[in-house]
Design a protein around this ligand. Structure first.
Ligand SMILES: [Ca+2]
Ligand SMILES: [Ca+2]
Length: 657
């Protein structure tokens, strides 16, 4: 009752309340309107509710609430009917939103995923250019290539589309042995290559160009002149802190070094034998020692702090040997009866031990500490089949290196045809662990040069093949002009040095290797004079040169479709290797290479669902191909001559679901 009386009072309320409602809407509303409002409100109340004790549940037709004051409206709106109606409306809206949300989430989940287009890191997007420092460019005329020489040619590297530079070892080494693998101090720049200030200048110049720098890291051994080894050799006494830095034994095993000698050499000073999987002047570190592990981590941190972008871990498979020093057994793969040969044995006690993977994982964790602003990477060389290579990417859910070098093509010569190329590529890509990234080593300092392994036609076909499949290409200096092994047969040089010839920059003295005003000493390795007919300067001038072809390939490779797109083989037979690169919403590409000597015509349109009939020629292996860039081409019939290749493209066409 009290409630009803209060409502009645409210309904007859004073004019002040009404005016305040007007004020809220319009300060200019006229008095007559206000009177009308009051009249209508009063009338409505009287007609509908005034005579009854409780108001009806529903209002009359017309505009029953028009002109009501705020409190009156609130009173009506709190009635069960309106309350329920309101709850119902809100529920319908909420349920609608919920249904919409569920639909959107479901669509996102069931629809084919569009991956993040920027998911690739710099080392996946870029082509790596490997430099053998002493042979690249000599800036001061002492006959030895140096860091300043590398810096002076960064634009050349960048111009061919390679944005990561990987340097051969640059650390202070033992000149008596003259091997950059005989490191005496890992934190000092080899003086014939320059000094720390030269290094910092090079690194700065690399980064200023948006490029990256990777250094070699050799953890398996040091020089026997390294202070650690000198200290370790003094005695096996417990008070010698360095006694376990290397592997020492009283009783040698039957292990052979890779150079066919015994892996053990006696130290008369310590009266024990030390292990060396390579030269006697390269004693193997004991990586099971926590002190050695810490020292190696210090080296990595030292260079990471300077800003290097990663490391190429050399000879990583040799890092650990059998803990119990057990003899090795005869390999089942050899007919050799010579027990002094390295190849006579199955090296399960000295190569690729599981501890290698553990160590790589630890270093991966370390480099990731420095990966806040830019990702720092690890590369490693691996000997053996894919079963040996793939664990380098990770072992027991722990990440390994970013790039386990894929050197399958390095031993190959001209005979690797379409089935051979297909096998190498599809085997690698199919056995690559999830979320890992492939790579294609095109040349290296311990392999015959690309230009010596294949003829130019094959090389053009090969480069088109491996630069456009998923994975980071790794080229070796000089490959861009098809340098061949240096002819040093009349000199007392090792065979490997023929693979490390002076870079042929131009047709001047020593091929422009010495860029100083006056060269005081002849180059450390004699030039064979091939620079007269084959050098960078002349090659760049010719539109049809391999250097310009390579630049076109690296440019095309940076198209998003090639960086992030799917790879699917199209026609692959005894002559043809072809594949499609595609990504939702982006231009699609078909790459075709004829790895036979004969002309081949195929219908590619029916070989893959995405290929369009009408396509455009993007690139060919050379002007001997009967199609030219920007030509229209019918994919139902494409003819290529021997060792010719072509890339065709079409605009993305959305397919019906
Ligand atoms: Ca020099
Ligand atoms: Ca070792």
């Amino acid at each position: 009752m009290e409630k009803r009386i209060r409502r009645a009072n409210g309904s007859q309320g004073d004019g002040l309340d009404k005016m305040s409602i007007y004020s809220g809407r319009s300060s200019t509303r006229s008095k007559p309107d206000a009177d009308t409002f009051e009249k209508e409100e009063q009338s409505t109340y009287d007609d509908n509710y005034g005579a009854v004790e409780e108001p009806p549940e529903t209002p009359a037709l017309g505009s029953p609430f028009r002109g009501m004051e705020k409190e009156e409206l609130l009173r009506h709106s709190s009635k069960p009917f309106w309350w329920r109606l309101r709850v119902m409306c809100i529920s319908v809206v909420l349920l609608g939103w919920l249904a919409l949300l569920i639909t959107v989430v479901a669509l996102v989940l069931i629809y084919p995923r569009c991956r993040d287009q920027d998911m690739r890191s710099w080392w996946q997007n870029e082509t790596i250019y490997r430099v053998y420092v002493p042979s690249f460019s000599d800036s001061d005329g002492d006959g030895i290539g140096d860091l300043k020489g590398v810096e002076s040619h960064l634009d050349h590297i960048r111009n061919i589309g390679a944005h990561t530079v990987s340097l051969s070892p640059i650390y202070k080494f033992d000149h008596d042995v003259d091997s950059d693998f005989n490191i005496i101090d890992h934190m000092t720049i080899e003086k014939s290559y320059g000094n720390m200030s030269d290094f910092e200048s090079l690194l700065k110049a690399v980064h200023e160009r948006g490029m990256h720098l990777v250094l070699d890291f050799i953890p398996n051994h040091t020089s026997d002149k390294h202070q650690w080894f000198i200290n370790s050799s003094t005695s096996s006494d417990r008070d010698n802190d360095y006694r376990n830095f290397y592997l020492w034994t009283d009783i040698p095993t039957n292990w052979r070094s890779v150079y066919d000698n015994s892996s053990w050499t006696n130290s008369s000073q310590r009266n024990q034998n030390y292990l060396h999987q390579f030269l006697p002047s390269q004693p193997d570190l004991n990586l099971r020692s926590s002190q050695v592990q810490e020292k190696l981590e210090d080296i990595l941190r030292f260079w990471l702090s300077k800003g290097v972008d990663g490391f190429y871990i050399r000879n990583s498979g040799y890092m650990f040997e059998d803990y119990d020093l057990r003899d090795e057994k005869k390999s089942g793969d050899t007919n050799s009866t010579d027990t002094t040969e390295y190849s006579y044995y199955d090296h399960i006690m000295t190569y690729g031990l599981p501890e290698v993977y553990d160590m790589l994982s630890r270093w991966r964790t370390l480099v990731e500490e420095y990966s806040n602003t830019t990702e720092r990477i690890l590369m490693a060389d691996v000997r053996g089949g894919l079963d040996k290579v793939m664990p380098y990417y990770g072992h027991y859910d722990r990440d390994g290196v970013h790039i386990a070098l894929n050197e399958v093509f390095l031993p190959e010569h001209d005979i690797c045809g379409a089935p051979c190329v297909r096998k190498y590529i599809t085997d690698w890509l199919s056995q690559l662990p999830d979320h890992q990234w492939a790579n294609w080593v095109i040349g290296a300092d311990d392999s015959d040069r690309l230009g010596s392994r294949f003829n130019e036609s094959y090389i053009r076909a090969f480069l088109m093949t491996v630069l456009l499949v998923p994975g980071t290409p790794i080229i070796y200096y000089g490959d861009e002009i098809l340098m061949t092994n240096t002819d040093i047969s009349s000199e007392p040089w090792e065979r490997e040095q023929s693979m490390r010839g002076l870079m042929q920059w131009e047709n001047t003295t020593d091929g422009g290797f010495c860029s100083a005003g006056s060269c005081t000493k002849p180059p450390w390795l004699p030039s064979d004079g091939k620079f007269r007919t084959n050098n960078v300067k002349d090659n760049i001038k010719s539109a049809e040169s391999v250097i310009n072809y390579l630049r076109n390939l690296t440019t095309l490779r940076r198209e998003l479709t090639f960086l992030v797109g799917e790879f699917t083989t199209a026609i692959t037979d005894d002559s043809i290797f072809s594949y499609v690169r595609e990504f939702d919403g982006l231009t699609g590409y078909l790459v075709i290479i004829n790895f036979s000597h004969e002309e081949q015509t195929r219908d590619y349109y029916t070989s893959h669902g995405s290929i369009e009939k009408a396509a455009t020629v993007e690139l060919t292996t050379g002007n001997d191909v009967s199609y030219y860039p920007e030509d229209d081409i019918d994919t139902r019939s494409i003819t290529l001559g021997g060792y010719q290749g072509i890339v065709v493209s079409w605009d993305y066409v959305a397919k019906e679901l």
